[in-house]
Design a binder for this molecule. Sequence first.
Ligand code: NAI
Length: 270
Amino acid sequence: MYEELRGKTVLISGAGKKTGIGFGIASVLARCGMRIVLADIPASCAPSASMDDCCRALREQFGAEVHGLPLDVTCQDSVEDAAAFMKRLTAGEPLHALINNAGIMLSAASIAETPLTDWQKTMDVNLNGVFRMMRTFTPLLSRGSVIINMASRAGKRPAAGYSPYSVSKAGVIMLTKCYAVEYGSRGIRANAVCPGQIMTDLQSSRYASEARQMAIPYGERLEQARKSIPLERIGTIQDVGLLVAFLISDGASYLTGQTFNVCGGQLVEL
Ligand code: NAI
């Protein structure tokens, strides 16, 4: 699959745990023979933490070259350290793909009840983090390179109780479009991916909190969620990985500045 990706390098942020979308993307790209850099907050990169497991799994299953990298997207110094690491690793070759996947969703509250600190923290990871990464990594990109930013269905449709998250993801969509029009003439593409409901820690804590609010068992909330999706299944991390692999392949060479929904048909729009 996508033979042209073999040997090329990709960095994926927020990819240090096996249950997350970042790892799902990494698994598909490792299968394509890419050199993978998994980056995540330093705590998850400590010895014996889940980052080590992720790297080992990809090496064993796909024989991939995999590196684990500490990265906090809220800290400019950390982002610059990561860029310096990538420069050494690629030894002057361009970075083929930068996948800005790191993101958080804090607990639900109405706008009046949302602490200002929750708003600021969400913006700092989800939106400012993507901006820091794009501006710092652009010198490592060249004609043919691709940026994928992880937005959300919530960035297109308001999710009641999650205003910081929805607004941050709407910002990611527009930031991606701004980048595409600024850098298209240099041959760098940028697209946003909008997952719907993908089973990860982030999504399952959302189901758990909604089940508590509705006073129903977690399993019942899960079943409601499944039935709300036209394809009648909750998405997997591989569903997102397969879309990302296509978007960074030659098959997508005329696609830039777009958003791609991966949601089982839940978001159907003109
Ligand atoms: P997750 O919570 O399982 O994984 C997020 C990862 O981001 C974690 O490994 C975490 O350590 C990392 N991270 C958090 N703060 C960071 C920071 N400051 N610097 C670097 N890494 C940081 O979440 P999931 O579900 O895998 O989400 C991945 C992306 O997909 C996020 O941007 C999320 O908003 C987005 N998304 C997820 C959906 C879902 O249904 N799971 C739906 C729509 C969007």
